[in-house]
Design a protein around this ligand. Structure first.
Ligand SMILES: C[S@@+](CC[C@H](N)C(=O)[O-])C[C@H]1O[C@@H](n2cnc3c(N)ncnc32)[C@H](O)[C@@H]1O
Length: 232
């Protein structure tokens, strides 16, 4: 039976359709813009990296190339099990079930935290931020990746899907928490229209997904993101 750690934010895209979310992950940022931006701020060579809300562990092998140790933490036990299967040949990677509000790691045990589209969506995530302050060592860095709803094709779609979203309030929240904002432009690059359609259908209500497909040609989507970061 699937167990879900207390405090998990329901994530229907990956919880219900992990195979389609895998297609989405493969399409995200083929240019490595996010990785280069994080590396320029705080490289993880020889470091301990925490990927919090790691889902099926898509990013774990990538961090394992340079890091001494990589830990994935994920509240959904079936996704954590999939992440474990993905990294079974990586001796420096482990996966635990847990949530941001109670990270199953000792104090000052992590150098770099990567959180991608998971739990840290602005106001309300303070308990997880307190946990990050506890587990990250001095000299480390926290990276949080989320949508920039103010620009790009994806940003406009996001606002149409969630009209109540207030990007200014979210930005003020991160500034108050001491995070810097690095606005980045990435892209989705799909192998086929069928893949784009499948991903839109797990990310948006059915009617909107069909509208976006009618409006948008091709297999590429420009996608603005914010990299929020802080060095404790
Ligand atoms: C959209 S998915 C992204 C997964 C992964 N970061 C990736 O990029 O492939 C969001 C993930 O956040 C996880 N999540 C939800 N609530 C969480 C919490 N309170 N603490 C940590 N992770 C959480 C979900 O279970 C899900 O795996």
């Amino acid at each position: 039976m699937v167990e879900i750690a207390p405090g998990a934010v329901p994530s229907p895209n990956i919880w219900n359709s992990p195979q389609v979310y895998e297609i989405e992950n493969r399409a995200v940022d083929p240019d490595g813009t996010l990785e280069s931006a994080m590396w320029a701020i705080r490289p993880w060579a020889g470091a301990t990296v925490l990927d919090l809300g790691c889902g099926t562990g898509f990013h774990l092998p990538r961090f394992a190339r340079e890091a001494a140790r990589v830990i994935g933490v994920e509240p959904h036990s079936a996704l954590a099990a999939a992440a474990r299967r993905r990294v079974r040949d990586h001796p420096n990677v482990s996966v635990r079930v847990g949530a941001a509000q109670a990270i199953p790691l000792p104090d000052a045990s992590v150098d770099v935290v990567h959180v991608r589209w998971a739990y840290f969506f602005g106001p309300g995530c303070e308990p997880g931020l307190a946990e990050l302050s506890r587990v990250v060592r001095r000299g480390g860095a926290i990276f949080i990746i989320d949508n920039d709803a103010t620009r790009s094709t994806f940003g406009r779609w996001f606002r149409r899907g969630l009209p109540s979203y207030d990007p200014d309030a979210v930005e003020r929240f991160w500034a108050r928490q001491g995070f810097a904002r690095e606005p980045l432009m990435i892209r989705w690059s799909f192998a086929s229209r069928a893949d784009l359609a499948a991903v839109l259908r797990i990310e948006f209500p059915a009617e909107l997904a069909e509208e976006f497909l009618r409006e948008h040609e091709g297999c590429e989507v420009d996608y603005a993101v914010n990299l929020w970061w802080r060095c404790p």
